[in-house]
Design a protein around this ligand. Structure first.
Ligand code: CAA
Ligand code: FAD
Length: 384
């Protein structure tokens, strides 16, 4: 066993770190406050090859491994989790799913521009549409229907909480084609936002990741060509679960970045802020907080890297990705709360960034499977 990054990994981490500091940090407080989608930053990420990081270069990707993806996600999430969630969804939930399970035609037509993140000079990204008003954790309870009409399906229903909802051009949509078959009657489809019958609901006004554009998406008699179904008939739920196993590595890395961003700010602050005649880091209560933060963050990082390594080795990573996600997200919530405490009153105002990180941390315990869902996945694996 070797705990050593390659030269390439270190270069990618540095590129992501430099990008986050120079391009994402300016304006991050304003984007959060005014709910501005970070379009310019996401376009620049695409130019760096970070929107299709793991995709084969033959399909417009950068051909990097999952370890590189974890490193890049951590660095960008330290600064702006609204940028990194967009990156995570496009890489893990959209591109990986299409590359692994899509047909050659789907890869040529959709994956290639999505992995580049740019088409005809404009942003071209995807979204993943599983959740519904009444189907979140209980994801098999799909109410969106896709009726088989011979050469096409007719799609009807509503999807909720969709990340990249208005900025995406392409949606990967799960829908029920045969209720009698339960989860085996669910299919996944590639749907273009511009098609007749597709409408985007109002932008959600959220606690955190406020720059990210979260919307409901409505389908009213949308004609979806048969060739836009992903995989064999009935593969949709398994597809969603397989895709989410990888997605959870991305969100775990996002949580890791939020936690380590808060930790770095806290170390710097504790070295400067004086109380009772010395820098607060010399008060053992503060030092112990920093020690616990550093320890838990390192444990979260190792879980993320283990899941990524298993994925790169083509091993089963379902269990590791759930462990990484539940642990990293709970670490992020705890560490950001401690970071606010270390900053005292200054931690409670926007200029010091940690209050935003604390608000951003919360979503990592909810999306791509709540902490309870991750424990269901882990628990079932123990029972096996
Ligand atoms: N791989 C392959 N197949 C799987 C699977 C996996 N990891 N997990 C389940 N399946 C299969 C099962 O084998 C089963 O098929 P059989 O009946 O043939 O055995 C079928 O799918 C149904 O599975 P379960 O009976 O286990 O289903 P369940 O109703 O008990 O639910 C669950 C399991 C883990 C709770 C699942 O519903 C789940 O993950 N829920 C959370 C949904 C979620 O994560 N949503 C995220 C939306 S995307 C998002 O949030 C993006 C973002 O914010 C940025
Ligand atoms: P519910 O499933 O109703 O859960 C409510 C509570 O009950 C939770 O604490 C949950 O853990 C708990 N619970 C439910 N079932 C059980 C059980 N069996 N055992 C124990 N506890 C349980 N979805 C997408 O498809 N695509 C996206 O891009 C996307 N982006 C999102 C972005 C944001 C900002 C948000 C807020 C959500 C996003 N989601 C997205 C949806 C997200 O995945 C769901 O919110 C999440 O899966 C939880 O579903 P729910 O909100 O319906 O909560």
């Amino acid at each position: 066993m070797q705990f050593v990054f390659s030269e390439e990994h270190l270069m990618i981490r540095k590129a992501a770190r430099d990008f986050a500091r120079t391009e994402c940090l300016p304006g991050v407080i304003e984007r959060d406050e005014k709910m501005i989608f970070p379009k310019q930053q996401v376009k620049q990420l695409a130019e760096l090859g970070f929107m299709g990081m793991m995709v084969d270069p033959a399909y417009g990707g950068a051909g990097m491994d999952t370890i590189s993806y974890v490193l890049a996600m951590e660095e960008i999430s330290k600064i702006d989790a609204s940028v990194s969630v967009c990156m995570s969804v496009n890489n893990s939930l959209v591109c990986w799913g299409l590359e692994t399970y899509g047909s050659e035609e789907q890869k040529q037509q959709y994956l290639t521009p999505l992995a580049r993140g740019i088409k005809d000079g404009d942003l071209y990204i995807g979204a993943f549409l599983l959740s519904e008003p009444e189907a979140g954790s209980d994801a098999t309870s799909q109410h969106t229907t896709a009726e088989d009409k011979g050469d096409h399906y007719l799609l009807n229903g509503v999807k909720n909480w969709i990340t990249n909802g208005s900025s995406a051009s392409v949606y990967v949509v799960m829908a029920q084609t045969d209720v009698a078959k339960g989860p085996k009657g669910i299919n996944a489809f590639i749907v273009e936002k511009k098609w007749p019958g597709v409408t985007v609901g109002a932008k959600e006004n959220k606690m955190g990741i406020r720059g990210s554009d979260t919307h409901s998406i409505h389908f009213n008699d949308v004609k979806v060509p048969k060739e836009n179904r992903i995989g064999d008939d009935g593969f949709g739920f398994t597809f969603a679960m397989k895709v989410l196993a990888g997605g959870r590595i991305g969100i775990a890395s996002q949580a890791l970045g939020i936690a380590s961003g808060a930790y770095e700010l806290s170390v710097n602050y504790a070295k400067e802020r004086k109380a009772f005649g010395k820098e607060i880091m010399h008060h053992q209560a503060i030092q112990f907080k920093l020690a616990d933060m550093a320890t838990r963050i390192e444990a979260a990082r190792l879980l993320c890297l283990k899941a990524a390594w298993e994925k790169d080795q083509h091993q089963d990573y379902t269990l590791s990705s759930s462990m990484a996600k539940v642990y990293a997200s709970e670490t992020a919530m705890w560490a950001t709360t401690e970071a606010v405490q270390i900053h005292g009153g200054y931690g409670y105002v926007k200029e010091y960034h940690v209050e935003r990180l604390m608000r951003d941390a919360k979503i990592t315990q909810i999306y791509e499977g709540t902490s309870e869902v991750q424990r269901i996945v882990i628990g079932r694996s123990i029972l096996k």
